[in-house]
Design a protein around this ligand. Structure first.
Ligand code: MTE
Ligand code: MO
Length: 192
């Protein structure tokens, strides 16, 4: 456990008050009644859940910091949702599954190694600090991946594509780093 703020603040970041909103386009309107989350690719059994069905899976609460590449960090967020491990247990992973592409409702994509999603602090979340997240922050469902810059934390999640090789997502194709570790400042693709 870090003992003081300077230990937990990654280089180049500052601690923000509140929780800023950031997306590349407009906030999509997602109808919670009809929206679904689909998991497909290198899985044993492809699945599609309605949002209500997804939220009925076993839940977890995890406290973590949030680091955006635009340099704000938000400490001590208590996230509530479903652990990716629970979802992968439901569909079964094929032995050669290695990476995941997350898909957002407006066409956003972002890629992560499968192992990063299996970390204990990762949540498909819909509540923060005891309240439902707002539409701007990704309601009805978003990923929270605390150990990577926040562009990997896909909002308005509609799809989890399990892959057998890596493929770059929206920002990863447009100059951002493939790995996105805040503590080693993996911000831009030219650093790779
Ligand atoms: N679907 C989707 N997810 C997204 C984005 C986006 O544009 N679309 N922006 C990303 C970026 S760049 C950041 S910093 C975080 C910001 O999350 P917040 O708006 O909840 O702070 O969402 C990420 N997830
Ligand atoms: Mo971002």
């Amino acid at each position: 456990m870090p003992t003081k703020n300077s230990d937990r603040l990654p280089p180049g970041q500052y601690e923000a008050r509140g929780w800023p909103v950031l997306n590349f386009g407009r906030t999509p309107s997602v109808d919670e009644q009809t929206a679904t989350v689909r998991v497909w690719g290198a899985v044993e059994q492809e699945r599609r859940w309605t949002i209500a069905e997804f939220k009925a899976l076993p839940t977890v609460t995890r406290t973590a910091d949030f680091h955006c590449v635009t340099k704000f960090s938000v400490f001590d967020n208590e996230w509530f949702g479903v652990a990716p491990r629970t979802v992968f247990d439901e569909v079964g992973l094929q032995p050669d599954a290695s990476h995941v592409m997350l898909h957002g409702a407006e066409g956003y994509t972002t890629n992560v190694p499968l192992s990063a999603l299996l970390d204990d602090d990762v949540v498909f979340a819909w509540r923060r600090n005891g309240e439902d997240i707002s539409v701007e922050h990704g309601w009805p469902l978003r990923l929270i991946l605390p150990k990577r810059y926040a562009w990997k934390s896909c909002k308005w999640l509609t799809g989890v594509e399990v892959m057998t090789a890596d493929r770059r997502g929206f920002w990863e194709e447009r100059g951002y780093h493939n790995d996105a570790d805040p503590f080693t400042e993996q911000r831009y693709s030219y650093q790779e």
